[in-house]
Design a protein around this ligand. Structure first.
Ligand SMILES: Nc1nc2c(c(=O)[nH]1)N[C@@H](CN(C=O)c1ccc(C(=O)N[C@@H](CCC(=O)O)C(=O)O)cc1)CN2
Length: 286
């Protein structure tokens, strides 16, 4: 079988065009969605992702601003900055780009963001609401993955989804989202013994481990839908995923590429969450 490639860049573009119309109509109703991005330090990858977010906002008609803070900022100063944004009525969504420098407690910072402005969907309130199947901000990468599967009408209900990776921002929430959509979910991670035993049973395989090309065709069940969340930069500067694209494409039914797969969808779902935040806040403030 030769897999159908799910082009995240194209899907992202299509969704952004639809959102652009929604933003125009919100603005006609006096709602001007606004995202504030907070970037601490000068991690080149984070800077590039933040630039991508600003560009996507601009494309969609969402206004945004970037607060750049030095690596030396204290945790208290950062928390004060978030408090100010929480109180600023013109800001609908707050996003703190991760990772943060080691001296800052990431969880404390995430918890400082008011849940109504948590467009990353990382706050425990958002996570708890997602777990219980309530309406909430879904974390952007898992939300993007779900949207990619749905865009191809890939059946989730009753299927076996295997997640390789258990991070708070991808592995754990994507498993929960698939469970909410009635999949049977297995989580695997760095201490899982005999990984293949599980991946070989996956109808849907999500790989988010950060090890370049580690999952080859021998890990794949014939006809599986394979979603590659890894973004690994090789010595020659090129990007590759966690999945060995060439061999897996021969066995899977669907496969996401890297780049132009899950990455652009992450940013697109952030736009969706920002629009949702703007609608929610403006409607509740009256
Ligand atoms: N506060 C957050 N921090 C981080 C998140 C997040 O969702 N919220 N996710 C990642 C990074 N990330 C977004 O922030 C992100 C990663 C990758 C891409 C992307 O479009 N990748 C491109 C390739 C880009 C390149 O050339 O380097 C692709 O896959 O085509 C977008 C966003 C960690 N931090």
């Amino acid at each position: 079988m030769a897999a159908e490639i799910i082009n995240g860049k194209e899907l992202a573009q299509q969704l952004r065009t639809e959102m652009k119309d929604e933003v125009v109509s919100l603005k006609n109703d006096g709602i001007h969605p606004h995202l504030t991005v907070v970037l601490v330090g000068d991690n080149p990858a984070s800077k590039s992702y933040v630039r991508g977010k600003e560009k996507a906002c601009l494309e969609t008609g969402i206004s945004s601003d970037l607060i750049e803070l030095p690596t030396t900022i204290t945790e208290e100063e950062l928390l004060n900055q978030i408090d100010q944004l929480n109180d600023d009525h013109s800001v609908h969504g707050i996003l703190v780009q991760l990772p943060l420098p080691e001296h800052i407690n990431e969880q404390k910072v995430i918890e400082a963001i008011r849940p109504e402005k948590d467009v990353d969907g990382f706050h425990p309130v958002s996570i708890g609401r997602m777990m219980t199947g309530m309406d909430t901000f879904l974390p952007c990468t898992p939300y993007g993955i779900l949207t990619m599967l749905q865009s191809k009408d890939i059946e989730i209900e009753g299927k076996h989804a295997v997640i390789v990776g258990r991070s708070n921002i991808v592995g754990k929430p994507v498993g929960q989202l698939l469970l909410n959509n009635h999949a049977t979910v297995t989580y695997c991670h760095s201490r899982t013994q005999n990984l293949k035993q599980y991946t070989n049973q996956a109808d849907i395989l999500i790989v988010a481990v950060g090890r370049a090309n580690g999952i080859d065709a021998s890990y794949i069940k014939e006809g599986a839908a394979v979603i590659d969340v890894g973004i690994n930069r090789l010595k020659d500067g090129s990007l590759t995923g966690d999945v060995d694209f060439e061999s897996v494409a021969q066995k899977a039914s669907y496969l996401t590429p890297v780049p132009k797969g899950v990455g652009p969808m992450t940013i697109t779902m952030l736009l969706k969450n920002t629009i949702k935040a703007a609608k929610g806040i403006e409607n509740s403030e009256g």
